[in-house]
Design a protein around this ligand. Structure first.
Ligand SMILES: Cc1cc2nc3c(=O)[nH]c(=O)nc-3n(C[C@H](O)[C@H](O)[C@H](O)COP(=O)(O)OP(=O)(O)OC[C@H]3O[C@@H](n4cnc5c(N)ncnc54)[C@H](O)[C@@H]3O)c2cc1C
Length: 500
């Protein structure tokens, strides 16, 4: 194959999955990651006797990973063990009640019946409704590069395009969830799924109610050994296929002549390439790596970043049987929490607290009588007036106080600690304003406004990762890598057969 060199920017999941596919297709692939380790927002650290995943903690749609392994010619089960999680999450509500959510329909209905018997029928209807949204939208919004006119205009997509009104785009997530449930606790529980792609349930279109279907209909998983094992496995596959992975290698520029990308500049050296696959945040790439194109930059800078987060990693020298692998301690006023975050770009006074404890599944992740707590709070993306050093101390007290009132008095049991603020996410992973899922889906047209997988500005430049179509989260960024790799391969094919 002529002209087959690809430079891949970043070692996140979108870039990695694209790199693997391209290598399998015969391209010569070099991947450049600025950090000493690949994985991006899926990462791990060891602090004393405790081991932590630092980013993603719940895996959905594992078939996306399986398909990548199949494509690459590897057997997934030789590398990874996906463990279904049950309960998927334990919810602690403001009134003191607790509920275990499960993908097992019978268990879930029983849990809802205990909380609010009148809402069991609503749950049945809600599941059907979310499944309908899934069936109508998944193919087109998750598996198709919708900005490619020829791919969008396939007869099998017409049905969806003509039935767009049926995917509930005009109500918000909260408005729709409230139609199915009467109990405010259940409304809060199902509203929460908007945060899975970093959005606000009180603004985001109800089409995002596809997300509960993905969790309850298709299941939630843990990767045995920790989510970072996924990166280890993909790194092995990439090496086997000949991808050259360079770490501590920051791409400083995407080289171009105004019309076509021709390579990258890394640590002062120019690396020629026929195609560039950018897995770094595309908004940051347009701001920092691509000269010219000011109009495009201005337009992208107007897109609203997704939620950011504050993460506390705590090695806790005590066991808590009352906590599950995944736990949510809800705020008293969800609406106020999201107003502070999205409308006022403020740190919420009383945030919802998410706690994931992988030592519940992998005892070796903590010392024998301890637990490894990953604590995540919803946060706004970076705003100039926030002083994160101060905020992280304030939030630490707020969280520990609230947990103490719930009966988890861990303040004096924390043996090791590491904290990540939105500023850290911005610096560590070069994410746009510290956002953790790319662009928010708060606007009705977000699906179409997302950055395409193929650059309109520069030939030969393609994008993968949470900031571009189809969006953030493990499975979606891996699909973005698939779309970008497929588009590169198709472009290459048509070039060598003289079609363009
Ligand atoms: C705290 C947290 C919790 C999350 N929880 C979940 C969850 O439970 N489930 C889920 O599915 N998803 C979750 N996510 C989201 C998920 O982790 C991300 O959507 C996904 O990992 C992002 O992948 P990406 O391809 O966009 O690359 P990223 O992870 O953003 O990686 C981009 C990489 O590019 C590198 N880079 C950037 N610029 C350059 C440059 N100029 N040169 C070289 N390298 C560069 C960065 O260092 C980084 O390694 C979570 C994320 C966070 C942060």
């Amino acid at each position: 194959m002529e002209n087959k060199k690809v430079a891949v920017i970043g070692g996140g999941l979108g870039a990695l999955s694209g790199a693997i596919r391209l290598a399998r297709l015969g391209f010569s692939v070099q991947l450049f990651e600025k950090n000493p380790k690949i994985g991006g927002k899926v990462n791990e650290v060891v602090l004393g006797d405790y081991r932590f995943d630092t980013g993603a903690s719940l895996l959905t749609m594992p078939f996306v990973i399986e398909e990548l392994f199949d494509f690459a010619g590897f057997t997934l089960s030789d590398y990874l063990d996906f463990v279904p999680i049950d309960p998927i999450c334990r919810y602690f509500f403001p009134d003191g009640s607790v509920m275990d959510a499960s993908a097992d329909k019978t268990k879930m209905k029983a849990a809802i019946a205990q909380l609010s018997p009148d809402d069991v029928a609503g749950y049945e209807r809600f599941l059907k409704y979310t499944e309908r949204i899934h069936d109508l939208t998944a193919e087109i919004f998750m598996f198709t590069p919708i900005h490619e006119f020829k791919k969008l205009m396939k007869p099998r997509h017409f049905q969806t395009l003509f039935r767009l009104h049926q995917i509930d785009p005009f109500r918000t997530v909260h408005q729709s969830v409230s139609r199915f449930f009467s109990d405010p606790r259940l409304i809060q529980l199902f509203d929460r799924y908007a945060t899975y792609n970093g959005s606000d349930p009180f603004q985001a279109p109800a089409t995002l109610n596809i997300i509960p279907y993905i969790e309850y209909g298709l299941g939630g998983y843990y990767v045995k050994g920790g989510i970072y094992r996924l990166i280890d496995a993909l790194e092995t596959v990439a090496y086997e296929l000949g991808v050259q992975i360079h770490t501590s290698a920051k791409v400083e520029k995407i080289c171009h002549d105004g019309r076509r990308a021709s390579g990258v500049q890394v640590n002062g050296e120019r690396v020629e390439a026929d195609y560039v696959l950018c897995g770094a945040d595309a908004v940051v790439a347009y701001n920092e790596l691509i000269d010219g194109h000011q109009n495009r930059r201005d337009k992208l800078n107007r897109l609203e970043p997704s939620l950011s987060g504050m993460v506390f990693l705590w090695g806790v020298g005590a066991k808590h049987a009352e906590l599950a692998h995944h736990n949510i301690v809800f705020s008293n006023d969800y609406d106020a929490e999201f107003k502070q975050i999205f409308k006022h770009q403020q740190v919420p006074d009383e945030p919802t607290i998410y706690i994931a404890i992988t030592s519940k599944a992998d005892a070796g992740h903590a010392r024998v009588d301890g637990e490894n707590w990953f604590v995540l709070l919803n946060m706004p993306s970076l705003a100039p007036e926030q002083i994160w050093e101060k905020e992280k101390d304030r939030m630490r007290s707020v969280v520990l106080d609230k947990l103490r009132r719930l009966g988890f008095d861990i303040a004096d049991r924390i043996e090791v600690e590491q904290v990540y603020t939105p500023e850290d996410f911005s610096e560590l992973y070069a994410s746009n304003q510290g956002s953790i899922y790319g662009i928010s889906s708060n606007s009705k047209a977000t699906a179409f406004k997302r950055i395409p997988n193929r650059s309109r500005m520069l030939d030969g430049l393609y994008f993968a990762g949470g900031s571009v179509h189809p969006g953030g989260g493990i499975p979606l960024v891996m699909l973005s890598g698939k779309m970008a790799a497929t588009l590169i391969a198709e472009n290459h094919e048509s070039k060598i057969s003289g079609l363009c």
